[in-house]
Design a protein around this ligand. Structure first.
Ligand SMILES: Cc1ncc(C[n+]2csc(CCOP(=O)(O)OP(=O)(O)O)c2C)c(N)n1
Length: 966
């Protein structure tokens, strides 16, 4: 008998009445008035579930004053009070259900060690709702919640505990989308958040645990104390990840890109990523026969990447693990960038074929800001990949740091809520639960194309690494761990009890695996990896860099360039461009048509367009790159009437490569990591990242240090990524002047990167094209102009783009033989100071001074420089820079230029320095000081004699030179 008034047909009605009552208590029948007044504020909240928010527009069909008793007339044998009580019970039960959906995870059995303090949460106690023990057998109407029309309170509590507070705790009600929220709720409530695995399924899980535990134990036994960052205590990750891979494959995913921390990497490599056990064992044995180590500088075992094809039911899936540095989480955006590139290559617009899987440590997840940056990009145009699956190996410790020192939030996964990702916390000692939530994670990602998190609570059986003593800092925890059975043992016991497995079967399985490991151990001694795999797939046909000047064929045909010049500056007829844009575009087109005064931005778009028309891709991202920080690029135009976007380079030709120009979110670390990853997966796209000002690139220093400058050597992975770094002293202060050129130069070795500072649009055009028109890839760091984007001399003629034109590593103005004879001083410099020097020379009509610009600083152009200066070996040769002496290129060029002096047998042995004094801050923020310094530098370079220069060998000082400032 339904003796409650709340049922699915009338509940919304009561809710409507309630809202009416809230607005005006007199507007409802007195019986309702009394009833509503008897509820406390919490109890009424249940109406929101039925009637929506209070501010919702209500239909006028709400029934007026029908009395409580009239509409819910109790059946003959139920009196009005009983009726009222049952109604209240319904409300209370629904509140309890809701409380469990929100907070059931707080009392879930997540910690295998059971060390977490058990708090009391009144909202999860049925007594807090007015229920008594005597109510436990009461039948309560719950309106289809938990899949039931009605149930006893006892049953409701049991279901709630099973669903929301068992080995799995789910956080999902922070999701705004009703559809997504509902999906999670229904998916878990329908099956009480538990998969009933078949015997086969259970044996499969068991087998994975055997492999994980026994391999780690084997390594421990054979190589006692060697660092390997074992997974012991968190072995359930292996069947969990296996489930992700398998289910993804069966549902049509073709590629998964993995990023993972050190912990458990070796076991992941063998069990999931198909790396031969003998390969890992061979590394432990110290065999240096891996081409990765022979060709490169080598890296530690637990940073290694790998890729492998797996097959399930005849379907293939490619798994690729990105090598990573020690810097925790730094690999996250790199992996996402790779995913995006692969999706683009496969034309996977719906993100059904490729996704990323990031494995985190709990302390790193909570502490490293790059995790937030990676979440931040997850749904952004230009960066989104249709959701990443995150798996946290939550061993409840970070090195020696306990969670209460490691995070402010209750969970290490709190940051995932910034993108409203559902979070499945799960007890690692319940491998079936781990596999179950991993399956839910893939389903959710596949369906909604958004991020999802699995947070596996576990423990770390040894210290931070195998040589560490954890009891120094966590004695109680480790006392508990010593007593604690392994996950394998616990699961074995379960399967024995369930009669899924017999003692013999289990024993044999483990024995067989041990024998297998022994065989692998013996084979490891003579193990030779097949080949260097770094030039496979999209890298097929590429080679390692040659040692010559490697110019590539970067010039174009005049006719083609003019056609492209027309095409890329044409605006659609119905597009209402800003009038200044129209003029800029007209001027650009004219400069190409006349072949004169082609400026920087035009040269850049010509470089992009010519590559695109050769069907290469171009992808440029960075803050405000569409327009350009200095309002110079205008690569994305906006219709002045409707704000529609138009990107000329995207559609200028029928058959062309993909052009992406993306205003990035305000991050350096994340975005640069992403673009680095992108460049590694697609070598046929010119991938560029532009810093707003070069100064901010140090926010991405980890990516520069750990990936860009070292990646090829450590991991034999090339990248043709370009960094555009606006650089130069223009009086804009300490943080808008310096890209820290010196740091890039200091990192140059073994042909790892290229560093340039170009002073002509044509040279910029060639150096960009050169990135793709060679059979190898190298990162390119370019110091780019700011104010000199518009300097009247920072222009090129079309001749420098066509025929046999090429990139010049060293530039100097063409002068006649007669002019050459007048030269007594050569000023060597690099970058924007050239324009100021030349202006000053012109102004002072100094015919005795000649400037030679080093356009490419690394690899250092010894031969080209020698060619340029040998005819001036009789002259004074000085170095001029605007950066302080401890910055810029001085430290880098000095010995190299002196080496050239030696080669040309110059009279001069050492190179005099002209520039600012060494300084703590890269630039002054006081404009007048900037001007004085700049003038002093020009004065010393052009007017001062050698004596004066040598007296100022430490650099110009404000105190000494008080030049008048007009
Ligand atoms: C950016 C960074 N800072 C510090 C370290 C040194 N370090 C290595 S592992 C580790 C603890 C990591 O803890 P957690 O993320 O919980 O992973 P676990 O080792 O427990 O699996 C630290 C601090 C590092 N590798 N990277």
């Amino acid at each position: 008998m339904n003796d409650s008034f709340l049922n699915s047909s009338n509940a919304p009605y009561v809710a409507e009445l309630f809202f009416k009552f809230k607005k005006d208590p007199r507007s409802v029948d007195k019986s309702w008035n009394d009833f509503f007044l008897s509820l406390n504020e919490d109890e009424v909240s249940i109406f929101r579930d039925f009637g929506g928010p209070e501010w919702k527009k209500r239909s006028s069909s709400v029934i007026d004053d029908i009395s409580f008793d009239k509409i819910f007339r109790p059946t003959s044998n139920v009196n009005s009070n009983t009726f009222r009580k049952s109604t209240l019970n319904s409300i209370r039960a629904l509140r309890l259900i809701r409380a469990f959906r929100i907070n059931g995870h707080l009392i879930a059995d997540l910690d295998p060690l059971k060390l977490q303090k058990k708090n009391y949460y009144p909202e999860l106690d049925y007594k807090s709702y007015g229920f008594k023990d005597s109510d436990l057998d009461q039948k309560i109407f719950i309106d289809g919640s938990l899949g039931l029309e009605q149930a006893s309170l006892k049953k409701i509590i049991k279901i709630l505990n099973e669903t929301y507070s068992s080995s799995i705790g789910v956080e999902f009600l922070h999701i705004q989308s009703a559809k997504q929220k509902q999906w999670v709720q229904e998916r878990i409530e329908d099956i009480k958040n538990k998969t009933n695995f078949t015997s086969e399924g259970k044996k499969g899980i068991f087998k994975r645990l055997v492999e994980a535990e026994l391999f780690e134990q084997y390594l421990d036994k054979k190589f006692l104390g060697t660092k390997r960052y074992g997974i012991e205590g968190g072995e359930s990750i292996i069947p969990g990840i296996e489930q992700i891979v398998k289910y993804a494959c069966l549902t049509g995913v073709e590629n998964i890109f993995f990023g993972t921390a050190h912990r458990g990497r070796l076991t992941l490599l063998t069990t999931i990523l198909g790396m031969p056990y003998r390969g890992i064992l061979s590394k432990f044995q110290g065999n240096a026969n891996d081409p990765n180590e022979v060709l490169g500088s080598g890296d530690v075992k637990y940073h290694l990447g790998a890729s492998h094809d797996r097959e399930f039911n005849g379907k293939k899936i490619h798994l690729s693990l990105t090598p990573n540095p020690s810097h925790l989480e730094a690999v996250d955006p790199v992996v996402v960038g790779k995913v995006r590139a692969k999706q683009t290559l496969l034309n996977d617009k719906t993100a059904d074929k490729v996704f990323g899987l990031l494995i985190h440590g709990d302390a790193a997840m909570a502490g490293q800001g790059i995790v937030a940056e990676t979440f931040a990009m997850s749904q952004l145009r230009g960066f989104r990949t249709g959701g990443t699956i995150h798996f946290v190996i939550n061993n409840q410790i970070g090195f020696t740091t306990s969670p209460h020192y490691g995070r402010s939030a209750p969970y290490c996964t709190e940051i995932a809520k910034m993108v409203q990702a559902p979070i499945f916390h799960v007890n690692g000692d319940d491998p079936e639960a781990v596999v179950h939530v991993c399956r839910l994670a893939v389903e959710y990602r596949n369906l909604f194309k958004e991020d999802v998190v699995v947070d596996m609570f576990c423990y770390r059986r040894s210290g931070h690494n195998e040589a560490d003593e954890p009891s120094f800092t966590q004695p109680l925890m480790y006392r508990e761990i010593k007593k604690h059975s392994t996950t394998l043992k616990i699961y074995e016991k379960q399967l024995l009890q369930e009669k899924i497995l017999s003692q013999d079967e289990s024993k044999n399985l483990q024995l067989d695996f041990k024998i297998f490991l022994d065989q692998e151990f013996n084979l490891a001694k003579s193990y030779k990896p097949n080949k260097v795999d770094w030039l496979d797939g999209t890298w097929k046909g590429f080679k390692t860099a040659s040692n010559d000047d490697r110019k590539g064929k970067t010039s174009t045909i005049e006719k083609d360039l003019r056609v492209i010049g027309d095409q890329i500056h044409k605006l659609p007829e119905d597009f209402i461009a800003h009038k200044r844009i129209k003029k800029i575009y007209n001027d650009r087109q004219k400069s190409i048509a006349t072949g004169k005064n082609i400026d920087w931005a035009t040269a850049e778009s010509l470089a992009f367009a010519t590559l695109l028309s050769e069907e290469y891709g171009v992808r440029l991202s960075g803050q405000d790159v569409g327009r350009g920080t200095f309002s110079h690029r205008h690569g994305v135009l906006y219709d002045q009437e409707n704000e529609n976007r138009f990107v000329p380079l995207r559609h200028f030709k029928k058959k062309q490569g993909l052009f992406e120009i993306v205003d990035s979110f305000l991050s350096e670390f994340g975005v640069l990591g992403f673009e680095y990853g992108y460049s590694q997966t697609d070598p046929k796209t010119l991938v560029l990242w532009e810093a707003q000002f070069g100064d901010f690139s140090n926010g991405a220093q980890t990516i520069i240090d750990q990936f860009i400058t070292t990646g090829e050597r450590k991991w034999l992975r090339m990248s043709g990524l370009v960094l555009l770094l606006p650089h130069g002293h223009e009086g804009q202060g300490p943080e808008h002047s310096s890209s820290r050129l010196e740091r890039f130069l200091q990192m140059c070795a073994e042909d790892n990167i290229q560093v340039a500072n170009c002073t002509s649009p044509a040279n910029y055009f060639h150096i960009l094209r050169r990135q793709l028109l060679r059979d190898f890839r190298k990162p390119l760091i370019i110091m780019t102009p700011k104010s000199t984007l518009r300097h009247k001399c920072n222009v090129s003629s079309i001749d420098d783009f066509i025929n046999d034109s090429t990139f010049h590593r060293v530039l100097s103005n063409k002068i006649s033989e007669e002019q050459k004879r007048k030269i007594t001083r050569v000023v060597l410099c690099s970058g924007k100071i050239y324009f100021e020097l030349q202006d000053s020379i012109n102004e002072l009509q100094k015919e005795s001074i000649h400037i030679i610009r080093i356009e490419q600083l690394y690899p250092f152009p010894y031969d080209a420089l020698e060619d340029e200066i040998k005819e001036f070996s009789h002259c004074e040769i000085v170095w001029c820079q605007e950066e302080p002496k401890n910055m810029g290129s001085w430290d880098f060029v000095k010995s190299r230029i002196e080496k050239v002096f030696n080669k040309i047998k110059s009279n001069q042995e050492s190179l005099p320095y002209i520039g600012r004094r060494a300084s703590a801050s890269p630039a002054t923020g006081v404009f007048e000081r900037h001007l004085v310094n700049q003038k002093n530098i020009l004065h010393l370079s052009i007017e001062a004699n050698m004596k004066e220069i040598t007296l100022e060998k430490e650099g110009v000082s404000l105190v000494k030179y008080k030049l008048p400032i007009e």
